[in-house]
Design a protein around this ligand. Structure first.
Ligand code: ADP
Length: 399
């Protein structure tokens, strides 16, 4: 049985996982992927091998898998069976917040875990869920190496002005600042772009990660310069259900004039806004594209408008733009949204190739276009597996 790396992405009601085989020269091949979702409500384990063959498709009663601990136990049994009793070489975890300091993935020990706990107030919806499996696995299998890979790390080289809010320094020092997220996706895309278009990879690129969470990143020569997401993953673009950028005065209004408490504000910002709030129909772009309702049209118009506006802002942050990349669910699959964004960027010299866009690229622009635009499918899990293997190799190398 060859060595494997397990990648885990744990949320509040689901644990997604992928298993990679470590080949010669550190090559990573996907062995299987799956998720246990609906924890505590409608638990369901689904998994497929690399060829798409179904390995598991099992529903459970809610009480059978009532919490993350029970989900981990179930997954442990299932994965042990799949691995024929072999343990993975290491487990790589997606961790949303690495705070101001972590600019790279890290091997987990008790001190690191304690420090990552201190970032819970910065990401109360995600960080505790990300850390729970790490703690549980550490207690049960202290000899399996675990690596934390952060959504914030790729952005840690920003110029200071990009990461500041205009607030007194004491708040900045306690962590009230811009971090940026989706970093594992941007890092993967920036790396992949070296094969797709090496000249562009060395230049100034705006990458649009448009999924149910959405953000954009200015990347110059492979390094993040600025991002639309800030202190939390609610800033910037409108998303499936998140508002995106909002005048903070709106929050004051909700508190003072509408009697909202903190929980109600959180629900408003994270669950009632974005495409769902604007359309009144759905948080899913596919539903909106298929609808004739005025709300659906408004939501799409607003989404496209904000993406175009942010391209201008991020290009300005880099002193120019050499190309554009689309990734994630909407970016990879919606020819309509890409087409409308690129049509709106004609002033920057982007010339859309409609037939190429309809077949999802990879190149979306004509030979007459002043700059190229591409679709580059993201792969955050592979990025985590690569990081995990690299951290492991560094930590076991003789000093
Ligand atoms: P997540 O942020 O959950 O990883 P994804 O990157 O998978 O999400 O993006 C999911 C979203 O992508 C869906 O909510 C849907 O709006 C959008 N999407 C997926 N396929 C299409 C498509 N063919 N056309 C338009 N939108 C799509």
């Amino acid at each position: 049985m060859p060595d494997t790396i397990l990648v885990a992405n744990a949320g509040s009601s689901s644990i997604k996982f992928q298993l990679f085989e470590v080949g010669a020269g550190g090559r990573l091949d996907l062995e299987l992927k799956g998720q246990l979702e609906g924890i505590g409500t409608r638990p369901h384990l689904a998994a497929k091998d690399a060829a798409g063959r179904v390995l598991a498709d099992d529903a459970y009663a809610p009480g059978e898998i009532a919490d993350v601990a029970a989900a981990l136990e179930e997954l442990e049994g299932w994965l042990t069976e799949q691995l024929g009793g072999m343990r993975p070489l290491a487990i790589g975890h997606r961790v949303v917040h690495g705070g101001p300091a972590y600019g790279a993935p890290v091997l987990i020990d008790d001190a690191v875990l304690a420090e990552l706990e201190t970032f819970v107030p910065l990401a109360p919806l995600h960080q505790p869920n990300n850390l729970a499996p790490i703690r549980a696995i550490r207690a049960r299998y202290p000899d399996i190496a675990q690596v934390a890979c952060f959504d914030t790390a790729f952005h840690r080289g920003h110029p200071e002005v990009a990461d500041r809010f205009a607030i007194p320094d004491a708040f900045h020092r306690e962590g009230v600042r811009r971090y940026g997220f989706h970093g594992l996706s941007y890092e993967y895309v920036a790396d992949r772009l070296q094969q797709v278009d090496p000249a562009l990879a060395a230049g100034r690129v705006v990458v649009c990660h448009l999924g149910s969470g959405a953000s954009m990143c200015a990347i110059h020569a492979g390094r993040s310069i600025d991002s639309t997401m800030g202190f939390t993953a609610v800033d910037g673009l409108p998303m499936g259900t998140r508002t995106g950028q909002l005048d903070p005065g709106v929050v004051l209004y909700l508190l003072q004039a509408k009697g909202f408490d903190a929980k109600a504000v959180e629900r408003f910002l994270y669950h009632e806004g974005g495409l769902k709030g604007l359309s009144g129909i759905s948080n899913d772009m596919r539903d909106l594209e298929a609808s004739d309702a005025p709300g659906a049209k408004l939501a799409i118009d607003y989404f496209v408008y904000r993406v175009i506006r942010e391209v201008g802002a991020l290009a300005a942050a880099m002193g120019g733009i050499d190309g554009l990349v689309f990734t994630a669910g909407i970016g990879e699959h919606s020819a309509t949204i890409r087409g409308r964004v690129l049509d709106g960027l004609g002033w920057l010299g982007f010339a859309l190739d409609r037939a190429a866009n309809d077949r999802h690229g990879p190149l979306l622009t004509t030979s007459a276009s002043a700059r190229p635009a591409y679709v580059v499918p993201t792969n955050e899990e592979l990025m985590i597996a690569r990081h995990t293997l690299a951290v492991l190799q560094r930590s076991s190398a003789p000093r």
